[in-house]
Ligand binder design. Structure first.
Ligand code: KMH
Ligand code: ZN
Length: 453
């Protein structure tokens, strides 16, 4: 399954030191990658398979005899017979090699050093695949770039992690146990800022969106966070277009559909609430304004109240989108006044340039603010998506994955739609003892008006 990782750790011996100064040759790293790939293929296919090609190999730091090397391979793409793997080798223990110090002296490195990385493709011929196919998530057809627009999205940029003071006084121990072991995965498959120029895997038409929603459900998502587009890729909040997409999604899958009332930056409230006319089960409520990349995403307090009232009137359950700590407090104040209904479900959206940073401390702090009968999830932008959603899941929170927030599976590798990102998160959840729930269970947790179990 995409996201599966294999790691081996080996000491480089004198026999590995091919060059002067006991330097280990680069081919040794590739031999390690070969063994890692072989284990991955055995796990996936029940066969050792064959290495076909490296697309890219980079040697980044020297390796000497006496060093310990940890080689990891992550499955990033699975075709009918081909399996693409991203490799990294880190030095975790280094022989010291300094004049006057014993030649046997060695240190465990405080931070592993990346010594080599590569991207490679292996093949397991169909007649040698002994295991039933898992969720291979073969990509949908690639879409044409309709209008390569100059829109800059936080999806590809991410906000750099700012250094924040440690907030150890805000432990989240209580939340850690409360929602485990179940986890709700939401797939944000379209977004408003992303273009086909940035990724050809962006679904645009209602049918493409429905196909992607079904793949995400298969990968482990229970909720689809929905934006829609016109055929030319531009944003719309039109109830007709939402209606068509919702109908097609419902024909293919049973996921909860959570429509956006955020829309795109610059839209009026009147425009943004368009999809509420479709009587969705869930809808977002954005709980404050912020700089959004180079734009401003405006949600004045009267506008938030206005959208909340219309959302309540439509019968939808709100997901409270918070891009800043103050937004959480705003949502709590609205709940106090009965303007948003309990139980509260928060989405902490981290790493938007101009919003709160994507760090473990910010998640802990935001989660520490919410009441016991509330649930929370993390959506994190760009390169922070994987690390932050995994941290959230370890902490007992839920997670949002998908192209709206991040288009890459790993550095330089576009995700072929949102489903591989969901599949990887689902695999991670299972690896830490949490079970991605199906839509029926997600409905019970999020929509019944009872506190999450
Ligand atoms: N496109 C962003 C400006 C939501 O869906 O509610 C707002 C957004 C939030 O995507
Ligand atoms: Zn959205």
């Amino acid at each position: 399954m995409i996201g599966t990782k294999v790691t081996i750790r080996l000491r480089m011996g004198a026999h590995d030191a091919h060059y002067a100064g006991e330097l280990v040759d680069g081919a040794r790293m590739l031999a390690l990658f070969g063994d890692v790939a072989t284990e991955l293929l055995i796990r996936l296919d029940g066969d050792e398979g064959l290495f076909r090609a490296y697309e890219n190999v980079e040697f980044l730091a020297p390796v000497f005899s006496g060093d310990y090397i940890e080689a990891t391979g992550e499955l990033v793409k699975v075709g009918n017979t081909s399996r693409q793997i991203r490799f990294e080798a880190h030095k975790v223990i280094a022989n010291i090699r300094e004049r006057g110090i014993s030649p046997s002296a060695a240190d465990v490195l405080p931070r592993p050093v990346l010594v080599c990385r590569a991207l490679g493709t292996c093949v397991t011929p169909a007649d040698m695949q002994r295991k039933p196919k898992g969720i291979y998530l073969t990509a949908l057809p690639i879409g044409e770039p309709p209008v390569p627009g100059p829109i800059v999205t936080p999806s590809s940029e991410g906000g750099g992690p700012r250094t924040l003071p440690t907030l150890e006084k805000y432990p989240v121990g209580y939340h850690e146990a409360r929602h485990a072991p179940e986890v709700i995965l939401t797939a944000a498959i379209v977004g408003a800022e992303l273009t086909r120029a940035q990724t050809p895997h962006l679904p645009i038409t209602p049918q493409e969106i429905a196909d992607e929603a079904a793949r995400c459900r298969e990968a482990g998502a229970a909720v689809i966070h929905l934006h829609v587009r016109n055929d030319d890729g531009t944003n719309t909040q039109s109830k007709e277009r939402f209606g068509e997409a919702i109908e097609r999604i419902r024909a293919k899958t049973d996921c909860i559909i959570q429509v956006t009332t955020g829309g795109a930056v610059g839209m009026s409230v009147e425009e943004r609430v368009g999809p509420l006319a479709c009587k969705p089960e869930m809808a977002t409520l954005n709980c404050g304004s912020l700089n959004f990349g180079d734009d401003v995403f405006i949600n004045t307090r009267p506008q938030i109240k206005d959208i909340a009232a219309r959302l309540n009137a439509s019968g939808a359950v709100a997901e409270l989108e918070c891009y800043e700590v103050g937004h959480v407090e705003e949502a709590l104040a609205l709940a106090e006044k009965g303007i948003v209904q309990r139980p509260l479900h928060f989405q902490f959206v981290l790493g938007v340039p101009g919003g709160i940073s994507a760090t473990e401390q910010t998640i802990r702090y935001m989660a520490s603010l919410i009441p016991d009968d509330a649930s929370w999830a993390v959506a994190a932008v760009g390169r922070f998506q994987q690390a932050m959603t995994e941290f959230a899941m370890r902490l007992g929170g839920h997670a949002r994955l998908g192209l709206e927030d991040n288009i890459y599976l790993s550095k330089g590798i576009l995700s072929e739609g949102s489903a591989p990102l969901v599949a990887r998160a689902a695999a991670y959840a299972r690896s830490i003892g949490r079970t991605p729930v199906d839509p029926a269970r997600a409905r019970a947790l999020l929509l019944t008006g009872k506190a999450p179990a």
